[in-house]
Design a protein around this ligand. Structure first.
Ligand SMILES: O=C(O)[C@H](O)COP(=O)(O)O
Length: 211
């Protein structure tokens, strides 16, 4: 039996609340975001997990979510590795724009393609494939070996950096990933087989409201 991999998207950020494309910009969590991170942490405490290590991005919203989760599981100060490989997809020229204004300007369908497609990047930014091209090597070299030797690993990151992982872990096609949205603050608990495929996946919360 190998270890456990827990993936969690940060709680609501100030720019999520304002409906702005965020990417590598660095807004803080909102009050609701803090509440969501606490709820995710409580769900993990109830699940009974104790982590060996945590990973997060270099962005405030993910780091704060990570810290809040660790507080809830009674592991404040656990070794935490921060790396920009886990950052949100770079939204390029869309960063800072309002998502509804973008729909009005470029049309609903184009904006959906930029937000959810696998290989069509937003102008000046990263597609999901581009994001995966930095997330996956980092996962393979830094995270997966720990899980395979039995460690319990927390990864607190972002909607699209985690979608690029979920796509491969869940064996989703380019078409299937289009409709996958990750809710803020909801932990996904993966147990892996020794060949690094997924033995089980448990979602500790309700993903259905994600958009
Ligand atoms: O960067 C952002 O704007 C969000 O964190 C994720 O955006 P998305 O829901 O458009 O992928």
């Amino acid at each position: 039996m190998t270890g456990t991999l827990v993936l969690v998207r940060h709680g609501q950020s100030d720019w999520n609340l304002k409906n702005l494309f965020t990417g590598w910009r660095d807004p803080d969590l909102t009050e609701l975001g803090v509440t969501e991170a606490n709820a995710g942490g409580k769900a993990l405490a109830d699940y009974g997990i104790k982590f060996d290590i945590a990973f997060t991005s270099v962005l405030t919203r993910a780091q704060k979510t990570c810290n809040i989760i660790l507080e809830n599981v009674g592991q404040t100060g656990l070794e935490t590795i921060k790396d920009e490989a886990l950052n949100e997809r770079d939204y390029g020229d869309l960063s800072g724009l309002n998502k509804d204004d973008a729909r009005a300007k470029w049309g609903e369908e184009q904006v959906h393609i930029w937000r959810r497609s696998y290989d069509i990047p937003p102008p000046g930014g990263e597609s999901l494939r581009d994001t995966g091209a930095r997330v996956w090597p980092y996962y393979m070299t830094e995270i997966l070996p720990r899980v395979l030797r039995g460690e319990k690993v927390l990864v607190a990151a972002h909607g699209n950096s985690l979608r690029s992982l979920v796509m491969v872990l869940d064996k989703l096609t380019k078409e299937q990933i289009l409709s996958v949205n990750l809710a803020t603050g909801i932990p996904m608990v993966y147990k892996l087989n020794a060949d690094s495929t997924v033995a089980s996946k448990e979602v500790l919360g309700d993903m259905s409201g994600a958009h």
